[in-house]
Design a protein around this ligand. Structure first.
Ligand SMILES: O=C(O)CCC(=O)C(=O)O
Length: 322
């Protein structure tokens, strides 16, 4: 669990609402961040055993070599990997890689760590993070609903394609935020996140993509994502250099992406934690990545609740405790 190192200010709440993203500098105690780092390392060490764990660099490299055997081996878990690679190839869109980078490092991703690691769950559902969500979402209560880890080792060439989280998630509404919590110093050189300022208010739901190319997920509905990578100068992009103890929070409709890791030594490890407020409702999206640990049977329009969407903060309890 992590403690709030300082209160969230009204200016930070306003920045989140207006820009769709806010940097919260020095908001987490370092003991909490150290616990998170240990959890991320444990998840990475056991990535091969996780049905939602992927080494995206080894997959893109296998696709480039045409190693269908390896791609098929990876297809039994969260994603039909070989089907997706086939679909990327038929879309004619390239993998998004920083060409100058040799590609010695890997882009690693896993989903649902809170369901596997007790300390990761405590970090997500108690202490500072639910409290921050309460402050930013202006909600009576906050539900936790999911997590991922994103690791870019030194000399990783794979970018994270610009995307909008909303259409990867089976829900709709406005009160949903995503916390990107780094456990390493991060700058543009080793893969800082970039956000399109104000894009959460464009009134659009974009097709989710495959993360390492602009190709949409098979069957995905929504507006085609603009080619942001190809026209970076046309967008109002913001990024933040961050240190352990900082976090970046974005609205789930804010467009964002990141580059590869060009550092020779500095790994870039982060967790992404997702929280919902009162107005969020369940919405089926058949193309959305499977949440393998979920067991609910919610119908479209149902409020979120139950063990997959636990209530982790409420205004009433926080006022009583104050
Ligand atoms: O770390 C990354 O490159 C991607 C993170 C992301 O897309 C997210 O947290 O929603």
């Amino acid at each position: 669990m992590s403690r709030l190192a300082r209160p969230i200010t009204p200016d930070e709440v306003a920045a989140y609402r207006i820009n769709g993203v806010v940097l919260l500098r020095g908001v987490l105690d370092l003991a909490g961040v150290n616990t998170l780092r240990r959890c991320i390392d444990e998840a990475v060490a056991t990535l091969k055993q996780s049905p939602a764990g992927y080494d995206l660099s080894s997959l893109t490299q296998a696709a480039e070599r045409g190693d269908w055997e390896l791609l098929q081996q990876q297809s039994g878990g969260q994603h039909d990997v070989s089907g997706i690679i086939d679909y990327i190839k038929s879309s004619g869109k390239p993998f998004l890689v920083d060409a100058a980078e040799q590609g010695k490092g890997s882009f690693l991703l896993d989903t649902g760590i809170a369901a596997r690691l007790r300390d990761f769950k405590r970090f997500s559902v108690r202490g500072a993070l639910p409290e921050i969500a309460g402050a930013l979402l202006d909600s009576e209560k906050v539900n936790f609903f999911g997590d991922q880890i994103f690791v870019k080792e030194p000399q990783t060439r794979e970018r994270t394609a610009f995307h909008q989280d909303a259409t990867y998630f089976e829900m709709e509404g406005e009160q949903c935020c995503v916390m990107w919590v780094p456990v390493d110093p991060v700058t543009l050189d080793n893969g800082a996140m970039m956000y399109v300022r104000g894009s959460h208010r464009w009134g659009k739901l974009y097709q989710p993509n495959v993360f390492v190319a602009q190709t949409p997920l098979p069957g995905a509905q929504g507006e085609p994502m603009p080619d942001i990578e190809g026209h970076l100068g046309d967008y109002d992009l913001i990024h933040f250099d961050v240190e352990p103890g900082d976090m970046i929070v974005h609205h789930y409709k804010t467009l964002h992406g990141s580059g590869g890791n060009h550092s020779r030594y500095q790994v870039r490890r982060a967790a992404s934690l997702r929280y919902c407020g009162d107005d969020m409702r369940f919405q089926t999206r058949p193309w959305a990545p499977k949440q393998l640990h979920h067991t609910h049977q919610l119908q479209d329009g149902d409020p979120l609740g139950g063990p997959d969407f636990p209530v982790v903060w409420s205004r009433r309890h926080s006022q009583e405790a104050a």
